[in-house]
Write a protein that binds this ligand. Structure first.
Ligand SMILES: Nc1ncnc2c1ncn2[C@@H]1O[C@H](COP(=O)(O)OP(=O)(O)O)[C@@H](O)[C@H]1O
Ligand SMILES: [Mg+2]
Length: 353
């Protein structure tokens, strides 16, 4: 067994170190080079933690991964794990299709239909782009007039995926709360002049508009993360004077505050969706039931992550884990067990016809 890993930072780097430390046969490759398919031809597994804020990754990471999977390789992330990555609209259809408790969500692809809906619906609603993280471009819509403003823009100039105003506001807030230094604040302000590359290269989000019902009275959301047979998570506190938690940086890792039923559901949805790893965001609705906001195959590390986890039988184990290690271990386990995804099997069958 030989593992190809894209030479990059984050999880990619941790996987390379993992293989080096354990003397696991691996090859560091460059996913951006034109001959990448050839480069990995002597490998059994290909792993690439690609990013939603790298314009190059957005152009071809999924296409490369699915192509290799179709050839019969074990890839991470595979088709089921990442076709809906950074695509909340795609997730809406998928979660509705499997009858998962997604917050009631609405998407429109023309201005007229969206306006008719906005005239008739109740408020508040939450506006989101299909792309984004850390609450960027997630807004409360208090009334019809505000909804119409979002709709107009969605079918006009569109929305920059990098939300400058909330970026600046967020950094000023963190500075005032002594969470970042003055130099960090000044450094982040360079974005006023220099937009990140992905925002310049990928263009504005437009041609659709996406809303969700507003789920009131939540002073935190639940973030549950899963890889292999383990689940861990935390509560993320809503920013002061806001309704949004994601990206605020204030987290409570007391696991006793996470209802065990949410852990059970998370294992169930992960399996149903056939995902290798996933982070789910939940809120509690007015009836006290957990409802899903969105999901993502990748997730950043936060202080307190991996301090303990739940098993599939919902036992709590107080043992430190490293999420990227869980992922590579489960890839090796799947390879050794000969478990290959449905997508890959279909690809192999086609090759043989
Ligand atoms: N429908 C909703 N009702 C109430 N709060 C919401 C809703 N959707 C999102 N939020 C809040 O906004 C935050 C960001 O939303 P989310 O959809 O998770 O986007 P992101 O990709 O930026 O994390 C969540 O952490 C949650 O606190
Ligand atoms: Mg989120």
């Amino acid at each position: 067994m030989k593992i190809a890993i894209h030479n990059n930072s984050g999880w990619n780097r941790e996987w390379i170190t993992y293989c080096q430390d354990r003397k696991i046969d691996h090859k560091v490759v460059d996913a951006y080079s034109s001959d990448i398919v050839g480069q990995v031809s002597d490998c059994d597994i290909f792993m690439w933690h690609h990013s939603h804020v790298c314009y190059k990754d957005l152009i071809f990471a999924k296409q490369l991964l699915y192509s290799l999977e179709n050839r019969g390789m074990h890839v991470y992330p595979n088709f089921n794990t990442c076709w809906h990555f950074d695509d909340k609209v795609g997730q809406k259809y998928l979660l509705e299709a499997i009858k998962a408790p997604l917050v009631p969500s609405y998407v429109f692809y023309d201005k007229h239909t969206a306006t008719q809906w906005a005239d008739a619906t109740s408020y508040p609603k939450v506006f989101k782009l299909r792309r984004g993280a850390a609450s960027m471009n997630v807004h409360l819509v208090k009334n019809k007039k505000e909804a119409q403003r979002f709709i107009k823009r969605a079918f006009d100039g569109g929305f920059c995926p990098f939300d400058m105003q909330s970026h600046i506001r967020e950094n000023v807030r963190k500075f005032k709360a002594a969470k970042i230094s003055l130099s960090h604040l000044l450094l982040s302000s360079r974005r006023i002049i220099h937009k990140p590359e992905y925002a310049k290269m990928n263009g504005n989000e437009k041609g659709y508009v996406y809303f969700q019902d507003f789920i009131p009275n939540n002073s935190f959301d639940f973030r549950l993360e899963l890889a292999g047979d383990k689940c861990w998570g935390c509560r993320r506190m809503v920013r002061p004077g806001d309704f949004r938690a994601s990206g605020g940086g204030d987290e409570d890792h007391d696991h006793t505050k996470i209802p065990i039923d949410i852990v059970r559901q998370s294992f169930e949805y992960k399996d149903r969706l056939g995902m290798q790893s996933v982070g789910f965001d939940y809120l509690l609705n007015e009836g006290g039931d957990a409802v899903l906001l969105e999901m993502s195959y990748g997730f950043g590390y936060a202080k307190g992550d991996g301090e303990g986890y739940w098993t599939r039988s919902l036992d709590r184990i107080e043992e430190k884990i490293i999420p990227s290690h869980e992922i590579i271990q489960s890839m090796i386990k799947a390879y050794n067990a000969g478990t290959i995804s449905r997508h890959a099997v279909e690809g192999c069958v086609l090759q043989c016809v």
